[in-house]
Design a protein around this ligand. Sequence first.
Ligand SMILES: Cc1cc2nc3c(=O)[nH]c(=O)nc-3n(C[C@H](O)[C@H](O)[C@H](O)COP(=O)(O)OP(=O)(O)OC[C@H]3O[C@@H](n4cnc5c(N)ncnc54)[C@H](O)[C@@H]3O)c2cc1C
Ligand code: FES
Ligand code: FES
Length: 479
Amino acid sequence: MVSNFISFIHKDRIVEIKNPDPNETLLNYIRVKLKKTGTKEGCAEGGCGACTVVLGELKNNEVNYKAINSCITLLPTLQGKQLILVEDLVSKDGVLHPVQEAMVSCHGSQCGFCTPGFVMALFSMFKNYSKFKDDVIKDSIAGNLCRCTGYKPIIKSAKALKNKNRYDHFRLNIKNTIKLLKKINNKSIRIYKNEKKYFAPRYIQELKKILKKNINADFLSGGTDLSLRITKERKDINSIIYMNSIRELNFIKSNNEYIEVGASTPLIEFEKYIKKYYSDFTKILKRYGSPQIRNVGTIAGNIATASPIGDCLPLLLSLDAKVVLQDLKKTKILYLDNFFMDYRKTKLKKGQFIYSIRIPLYNKNTFKAYKVSKRFDDDISSVCAAFNLKIVKNKILSARIAYGGMAATPLRAIFCEKILINSFVNDETVMKAKEALEKDFKPISDMRASRSYRIEIAKNLLEKCCVEIKEKKLIGLYV
Ligand SMILES: Cc1cc2nc3c(=O)[nH]c(=O)nc-3n(C[C@H](O)[C@H](O)[C@H](O)COP(=O)(O)OP(=O)(O)OC[C@H]3O[C@@H](n4cnc5c(N)ncnc54)[C@H](O)[C@@H]3O)c2cc1C
Ligand code: FES
Ligand code: FES
């Protein structure tokens, strides 16, 4: 079924909007059209969390709750989901939600501007976890800024939730919510409004038909990069194809040789899956934006931006990942090594889209990755480094090393690799390999880091990697 109106659930009812503006943000709809002003606008670029709302999505007959930044979410992407605002947390009889109650009793609010965003981030935690350990709390509010409380009372509120009854009015009403979500979940969307077009296909075949007639359309996945063209650059996007509505692109699978991640798989799901194969990948993803960003952002979106400071990219390069591309007729598989052409330029051609990413499995290698940024959470890298080494009897047999933040694209450290391969891990090798990095990279100075700082950090991360390998006696493991 194809429709020109979107349907979503709000306050236990199906809401329909005919021909919504494809460039309207969810935040604008909430504050201006719904006149619900609890949700705030701070930065309009996904960085402060003041606009956090929660979406409920049907998955395996259950509702999956996700905190998102409504300021960079385009309204039509609400199709098929449940919208939960801070105002909706209070029950019909006026009883505060346990999260709100905790924030009140622990004095988690002062001026109050950030409070609705924190409440929604904590509500998402409340719905997704059964135990609220320190790391879960810290991660859940990593995307929310507060300038008054010093965070302590907010963390105290989150900890206080331990003793609360996890049943809330959403849980009591869950059967009805699932029934309504099933009712609205079966349609593709095509909107033509004021010269703007928006398509949300449900299948790859349908996507290809749309592409045939709309070869210049922009692909929208999580929108954590693309939407900023509207909210920050104040530009229109005239033709959008929403990729996250295609379930065939949302998968993770593995065989003995590689892990394959579908283009539309949210980073938050990938970060859980990859942990048992490459725990440092998860470590980096935990510091990637915030849960709000990772709940919608995708690995395909990260790759397609070709940003020199895209966090997945050096890691994928060092693991020798491949990108699976499709167009109207063919499938093409490219090594990521050959995919980035120049600053924010890739080999993607018009009408071609990323179908998946394949990440090889190295059972006998050591994989390490590091991110250095000005702020620990919710900040883009100054430098990101990834090391994939095979070491036997203290000798490095293979090395793939890649850095972000050191060149116009994420890049391998080829000279450094050459020094390492067939060398023993010792101080002399490390020193020579560090020097080789100066041949590999001529970074620029910008607001994130100076050129000399980047070079120094790149060298230090290499040394850190080698020291950690020695300290953990990992070398012995591969004798
Ligand atoms: C607050 C904030 C914090 C951030 N923090 C980080 C961070 O820590 N590390 C980091 O690396 N990045 C970060 N980013 C950047 C952003 O999250 C990434 O670039 C993200 O991976 C983009 O993915 P997306 O799914 O949201 O892509 P979108 O924004 O939907 O799309 C990005 C680009 O990819 C194209 N595209 C999307 N899907 C496909 C496809 N299947 N095939 C072909 N092209 C496609 C789009 O057309 C667009 O050009 C942050 C962004 C914000 C707003
Ligand atoms: S307004 Fe700052 S994250 Fe949305
Ligand atoms: S209470 Fe004022 S910004 Fe958080």
